[in-house]
Write a protein that binds this ligand. Structure first.
Ligand code: GDP
Ligand code: MN
Length: 380
C-alpha cells in the first residue's frame, strides 16, 4: 500500500528525521491559508498522488508570493497529472501539500528495499539526487552505493557511516548518517517494502532535510499498523465484494457474464484468461481451496447473485487439497441452491477419480475433459 508524501513525512517527524514544515490541503483557499500560516517568502506547492516523477510532470512548483501559491494551487489541484509512473491516463490531483521552500545546496538519493534473494533490507545511497534510481543506475552507476542490512541487527551507525563515505558530503556527513539510521528505524517499524527519499538534501544553512518521501507498505502487515491503515486510500468494494470480505471469501466483481470458481489464485487467473481467449467475459471470480468443503454454499451464493450471469465454470486442480473433498462441498451447495444456469466442471489432480464419480452419482454431471473445454463451453 502506498501512502502520500505528507503522511510519510509525519512518520519521519516521529522518528526525528528533519522535513520541511508543511500543511496538507484539499482546496485553493486552504492552500493560501496554509502558506500564510507557514510564513516565509518561498513555498512549494506539491501534488499528492500515488506516483513519483511529479516534478517533471508539472505537479511540484515553487511559489514566491501568496498570489503565486494561489495560482499554482489552482493549476495543480484537480489536474490529471501524468508522470512516467502514472501511465498515460495520469492521476487526478485531489490533495496538495504546501511546504516552506528549501534552499538546496546538495541533493542526494536514499532508498531502502527488501531484497528477497538475500532476505535482507538493502540500503542505497547516491550523490545524484533528484534523478530516478533507474536513471542513476543507467547513467551514473558508480555513484550508487548499496549495503545489505541484517534485519535482526538493524542499521548500525557505523554501517551508515561507511555507506556515505565517498559521497562528498563534507561537513554534512554526520547529519546524513544520523538521518539514515532514523530512516531505517522508520522503515523497519512501519513494515515498509520500499522507502525512497529523493532528494534528501543538504540545505545552504547545513541542515539535512528529507524533501520527498515515498513509502510503500507491506500489505500483509497493514493489520498491525493502525496509523498506516487509516492513512491509506480505502479500497472501494462493491456490495457483493463487501459481503464476501465479511464472510472471509476471496471474491471480485467483473463486468461480464461468466462466473469463475477455482482453487488457488494462479488457477483462477488462468481460468479467466482461457474464458476470455474463447470470447467469454468473466462476470466475477471466487478463489477457494480446501475450504470449499464447508464454504462452497456462501461462495456459490455470491457468484450466482451477480446480475446478468449466464454460466459458471468450476475448475479444481488438486495437489495437496483433494478435489473430491472440494467437490463434495460444491455438490451439497448445488443441491441446496438448485441453480438454473449451466455449470461446467473441470476436475483434475488428487482425488479426481472420486470427484468425477460423485458428480455423476449425485448431480448426473460429467466434467469436461479439459479446463479448456469447460471454459469454452461456458463462454458460448
Ligand atoms: P517527484 O518529482 O515526484 O519525485 O517530487 P519531489 O518531491 O522530489 O520534487 C521534485 C523536485 O522539486 C525535487 O527533486 C527538487 O529538486 C525540487 N524541489 C522540491 N522541493 C523544493 C524546494 O523546497 N525548493 C527547491 N528549490 N526545489 C524543490
Ligand atoms: Mn522525488
Amino acid at each position: 500500500m502506498k501512502i502520500h508524501e505528507y503522511q510519510g513525512k509525519e512518520i519521519f517527524r516521529k522518528f526525528g528525521v528533519p522535513t520541511p514544515r508543511g500543511i496538507a490541503c484539499f482546496s485553493v483557499d486552504e492552500a493560501v491559508a496554509a502558506a500564510k500560516q507557514l510564513g516565509g517568502k518561498v513555498w512549494v506547492v506539491k501534488a499528492q498522488i500515488h506516483a513519483g516523477g511529479r516534478g517533471k510532470g508539472g505537479g511540484v512548483k515553487v511559489a514566491k508570493s501568496i498570489d503565486e501559491v494561489k495560482s499554482k494551487a489552482q493549476q495543480i489541484l484537480g489536474m490529471q497529472l501524468v508522470t512516467h509512473q502514472t501511465g498515460p491516463g495520469g492521476q487526478k490531483v485531489r490533495r496538495l501539500l504546501i511546504e516552506e521552500g528549501a534552499d538546496i545546496r546538495k541533493e542526494m538519493y536514499v532508498g531502502m528495499v527488501v531484497d528477497r534473494g538475500t532476505q535482507r533490507a538493502v540500503l542505497m545511497a547516491s550523490s545524484e539526487g533528484g534523478m530516478d534510481i533507474e536513471e542513476v543506475a543507467a547513467t551514473a552507476p558508480g555513484s550508487l552505493r548499496r549495503r545489505p542490512v541484517d534485519i535482526r541487527r538493524g542499521l548500525l551507525h557505523a554501517d551508515a557511516a561507511t555507506l556515505v563515505q565517498g559521497l562528498a558530503l563534507g561537513a554534512a556527513e554526520g547529519k546524513v548518517t544520523d538521518a539514515l539510521v532514523k530512516l531505517y528505524e522508520a522503515y523497519a517499524a512501519f513494515d515498509a517494502e520500499l522507502l525512497e527519499i529523493n532528494p534528501l538534501i543538504v540545505a545552504r544553512d547545513g541542515r539535512v532535510v528529507a524533501l520527498d518521501c515515498k513509502f510503500v507498505m507491506d500489505d500483509s502487515a497493514i493489520a498491525r499498523q493502525p496509523l498506516v491503515s487509516r492513512a491509506g486510500t480505502p479500497e472501494k468494494l462493491t456490495g457483493l465484494e463487501a459481503r464476501a470480505r465479511a464472510a472471509g471469501l476471496k471474491y471480485i466483481d467483473l463486468e461480464g457474464n461468466v462466473g469463475v470458481l477455482a482453487n488457488g489464485a494462479g488457477l483462477t487467473m488462468t481460468t479467466m484468461d482461457v474464458v476470455r481467449h474463447h470470447g467469454g467475459r468473466p462476470a466475477n471470480f471466487l478463489e477457494i481451496g480446501g475450504e470449499s468443503y464447508t464454504q462452497a454454499r456462501p461462495a456459490l451464493e455470491l457468484l450466482l447473485s451477480k446480475p446478468g450471469i449466464k454460466s459458471l465454470v468450476i475448475n479444481f486442480c488438486g495437489a495437496f487439497a483433494r478435489t473430491d473433498v472440494m467437490t463434495q462441498g460444491v455438490i451439497e451447495a448445488i443441491e441446496a441452491l438448485k441453480p438454473r444456469l449451466p455449470i461446467f466442471f473441470s476436475v483434475h489432480g488428487t482425488g479426481d477419480v472420486e470427484a468425477i464419480k460423485l458428480l455423476k452419482e449425485r448431480l448426473g454431471v460429467t466434467p469436461l475433459a479439459t479446463m479448456e473445454d469447460a471454459c469454452k463451453a461456458a463462454a458460448r
